[in-house]
Structure formats: C-alpha cells, structure tokens
Design a binder for this molecule. Sequence first.
Ligand code: PEP
Ligand code: MG
Length: 323
Amino acid sequence: QGKRLALLRNVDTRTRDGVPIALYANAESPADVAQARALGAAGIGLYRTEFLFLQRKELPGEEEQFLAYRDLVLGMGGLPVTIRTLDLGADKADSSGLVLDDEENPALGVRGVRLSLRRPQLMANQLRAILRASAYGPVRVLVPMVSAAEEMVSVRRMLKECERELRSSGHEIAHNVELGAMIEVPAAALALPGMIRSLDFVAIGTNDLVQYTLAVDRNNDQLANLYDPLHPAVLKLIAQTIATAQKAGRRVKLCGEMAGDRRYTALLLALGLTDFSMHPGVLLEVRETVNALDRSALRTHASALLRAPTRERIQRVLERLGS
Ligand code: PEP
Ligand code: MG
C-alpha cells in the first residue's frame, strides 16, 4: 500500500469525472509543513497556533510569532496558508495561566475567540504577526469557536486597525488579507446566512461541530458510540454550511478529522465539498479515494443522504455509492 500511495505524490487530485479537488494539510509544527509540501498539498488549510503557546511559562510575543509564521509561509513556497488564531481553552489548556482554570464547564467556557477578545493585546500581537508574515506569501486568518456574528465584527475591526498601524509604521503587508470563521458551533452554522457576506471564507470544524451538536464530549471514551459524524443533524449542518457558502461565492473547506477519513470522502463530495484539509499523513489515501470517485454521480445522492433518518440508513446509501 505504501508503494502504491507513494506514486500519488505528484498526481493531481481530480475526481474520475474531472473535477479538481483541493487537499490541504492541517499543521502545527515545521515537520507537518515539510510533509505537506512533500506530498503535494494544495496549501496549509489549518495551522493550529496553540502549538506556539503550549508547554511554556511565558507567552510568545509578536516577534517570535512573526518568525514562526514567516517560516511557515516560506516553507509552503507560495501556496496559501490559513493561520488560525489562538484556540486555547477546554481540551487545549496552557501552562501560562491564560486559560481560566475555575470554569465548571470549559467546553462551553472562555475558549477560542472568546478568550482572544478578552485579551485584546494578545490578539493584536497575533494578528500583527500574521499580517507581517503576509509579506512573504498568501496568508489567511481563521477564527475558532465563533458563535455570534458580533465576534467576527470585532475581529475584523481589530484586523483593520492592526493593518493601518503596521502600514503607517512602514511594514509591507499584503492587501486584503482574508478573514474567515470556523463553523464548529451549531449556532454559527445556523446563523451563517446572515453572516456569510461579512466573511471571506469559512472552514467547517467537524471535531467540535459533532461535539456541540450532539452534546457529546469529543474526548469522553464512554460516549464514543454517540460521537457520530454520520448523525443526521450533523450532516444537515455540514450540508447547509457548504450550500450557504457556495451560494454566496465563498470558499468552504472542511478541516475536522472527517476530511481525512476516506470512509467519508464520497459523502462529503456528495454534499458538494471541494476543499478538504487533513493531517498530512492521510493525504495520499484521500487523494487515491477522490480520484476513483465520480462527483456528478455522487451529487445526485445528496438529498437521499440528507433524508436518511439514522446512521444505518446513511451507511446503506454510502455502501451503494461504493465507499
Ligand atoms: C475541529 O474542531 O474540527 C477542528 C478542526 O479544530 P480542533 O480539532 O483544533 O478543535
Ligand atoms: Mg475545533
């Protein structure tokens, strides 16, 4: 299998009926970035910046972050890189005292963008570092754990302000660095039609979307049987998010574990997805799967998949689709 997959390193990702599909890599370390590049990823679809903040006492400042993001951008040699702002909290605690440790329910607490907006200086440092890296290649900013349109209004305002300051102090930065939201809370998926015009792109985070839609802790082994990406409610939210974004002419990528699991590739193509972001270790498997599927045939089964009332029925449809 290793040999067969290795042959796919320099092959385009394209369905059997000729539709180009973009496979991006999720990354959190320089090793992931190197692997992504070597396997022919379309870019970095999700750079988890928490990596820079964990296991240390002092927070990284603007300069340290800038160097890390610049190296990331240079490492991808001109391919687009999506950098996610800090997503600490809940399962991603730190040791620098940033994350509140007296929350009764941290998964529903001060995490992701909620934490960033409460620490404007911290967020400004990160946005400035990302903007400065945009002088070295195409960069996009992605915001985690969004649950309300107002949060993105605040982030957009901060981004613009940082841009102005950097320009007036003589920094060269790209024009119009794109800003997008993670859709990983059901409220964001449901409210997306009202929000989409103020976003440049969206990224679906199914790891959290499954958790919050089904009220099932993503890390609780006791509930693993209930943590189900094929739950009809989850599929509806994914399908709606894809359709809303596409109707508004915005790019939509799926970057949860589901994107890198070839059991779900046919399903996601059927729902209209064209941009996937996954751990680089599974990129070639997914490329092999995509290249064997017929997208237009799959698209005709989207409504049957969305009508199916149970996981079993959804799986039965998928089996007929040959995945
Ligand atoms: C997700 O929630 O699906 C996601 C991609 O982000 P993370 O796994 O980092 O929470
Ligand atoms: Mg998430």
